[in-house]
Design a protein around this ligand. Structure first.
Ligand code: NCD
Length: 309
C-alpha cells in the first residue's frame, strides 16, 4: 500500500475506502503472523517516538507493542512534566527535535490542532494519538477493524454512538470512517453533549442518514452495534455541569435483556460507569477484543507509513 507511505496520520477524513480496506487486510496478515511467531523484522532498525502530553494506557502501550512486534525500537518521554514542554518549549520545536532521533512520531496532546502543528514542524511522519477534543484517527481504524471481525462486514450498518459526542475525539474520527461505508448513525447524547454541528452537517451533506436522540433504548433496538463512550470529565470547565450529566447512559445486563436481541458493544475505554461489569461476559461485549485489535492495526499502520507495506 503505497497510499500512506511517508504520510502524517492526523484526521479521520483523510482516508479513502481503498486505504481502509488495504489496512484491514494488512492488519489481518499481522494478526496471522503473530499467531506463528512472537515478532517480525519488518521495521528492524527503525525507531518510534511516543510523545504523550496527556494520560494514556492503551494507545501508548499498543503503539509501543506494535513497534516492538515489528522488530523496531521505541523511545518515549516519561511524562509531559518531565519534558521540555514544562520549560515552555512549543510542540513544533519538540517535534523538530524528536525528528532528529526517530523515524516516526506518535503524539497525544490536550490541544486541538497540536498534532498538525507537530506534523508541520517534523521531518518524519507524525501520527495523531488524540489532540484534545479533536481527532483520534488510529482509534477509529482499530474500531473499524473490530467491526469487520465481529460483524463480518462494514456495509450499511446501523450504529448508535452513545455518550459524550461533543468532547469525544474517538467518535469524531470514527464517524468519518463509518461514512465511507454508508452507515446509518444514531447520535445518542445528553442535549449539551451533542456531536459538533460541523461534523453532523458535513456527514449529512455526504448523504449519511443521522438521527440525534436522547433515547438510547430506541436507538439501540434499531442498531447492530452500539459504540459507548465516557463523559470526558477533563474537558469540562465547570465540574458541576459534569456532575449533572455523568451517569446519563448506563449499559447493564437489565438493559440488554430489555433489548431482546443480540447487539455488539464497542467502547474505546477507559470506562467509568457507562458499561457495568456484568456486561463483560455478554457475547457481544467486544471492547477487550477491540483493545487487542489495536496492536494489529497499529502494526499495519506503522508498516504502511514507513513504506514497508
Ligand atoms: C480514548 C481517548 O483517549 O480519547 N481512549 C483511547 O485512546 N482508547 C477515549 C477516552 O479517553 O475516553
Amino acid at each position: 500500500m503505497a497510499g500512506l507511505k511517508g504520510k502524517d496520520i492526523l484526521h479521520g477524513n483523510q482516508f479513502s475506502r481503498k486505504d481502509i480496506d488495504g489496512m484491514i487486510q494488512i492488519a489481518s496478515d499481522m494478526e496471522k503472523e503473530l499467531k506463528k511467531k512472537d515478532s517480525l523484522t519488518l521495521l528492524k532498525g527503525k525507531i518510534l517516538a511516543t510523545l504523550f502530553f496527556e494520560p494514556s494506557t492503551r494507545t501508548r502501550l499498543s503503539f509501543e507493542t506494535a513497534m516492538q512486534r515489528l522488530g523496531g525500537g521505541v523511545i518515549s518521554m516519561a511524562s509531559a512534566e518531565g519534558s521540555s514542554a514544562a520549560k515552555g518549549e512549543t510542540v513544533g520545536d519538540t517535534a523538530k527535535t524528536v525528528s532528529q532521533y526517530a523515524d516516526v512520531i506518535v503524539i497525544r496532546h490536550p490541544r486541538i490542532g497540536s498534532a498538525k502543528e507537530a506534523a508541520d514542524a517534523a521531518s518524519v511522519p507524525v501520527i495523531n494519538a488524540g489532540d484534545g477534543a479533536g481527532q483520534h484517527p488510529t482509534q477509529a481504524l482499530l474500531d473499524t477493524y473490530t467491526i469487520r471481525k465481529e460483524l463480518g462486514s462494514l456495509k450499511n450498518l446501523t450504529v448508535s454512538m452513545v455518550g459524550d459526542l461533543k468532547n469525544g475525539r474517538t467518535v469524531h474520527a470514527f464517524v468519518e470512517l463509518l461514512s465511507l461505508y454508508q452507515a446509518r448513525l444514531y447520535f445518542v447524547s445528553p442535549g449539551n453533549l451533542r456531536m459538533p454541528e460541523e461534523i453532523t452537517s458535513n456527514l449529512k451533506q455526504k448523504g449519511i442518514w443521522i438521527e440525534e436522540t436522547e433515547d438510547l433504548e430506541k436507538a439501540a433496538s434499531e442498531s447492530a452495534l452500539i459504540y459507548v463512550t465516557r463523559i470526558q470529565k477533563e474537558r469540562f470547565a465547570d465540574l458541576t455541569e459534569y456532575e449533572r450529566v455523568k451517569g446519563s447512559y448506563v449499559i447493564d445486563s437489565k438493559f440488554l435483556q430489555r433489548l431482546k436481541k443480540k447487539i455488539t458493544i464497542l467502547h474505546p475505554l477507559p470506562r467509568v460507569d457507562e458499561i457495568s461489569l456484568d456486561v463483560d461476559s455478554y457475547p457481544g461485549a467486544a471492547y477487550f477484543r477491540q483493545v487487542r485489535n489495536g496492536v494489529f492495526v497499529r502494526m499495519a499502520l506503522l508498516a504502511m507509513v514507513m513504506g514497508r507495506r
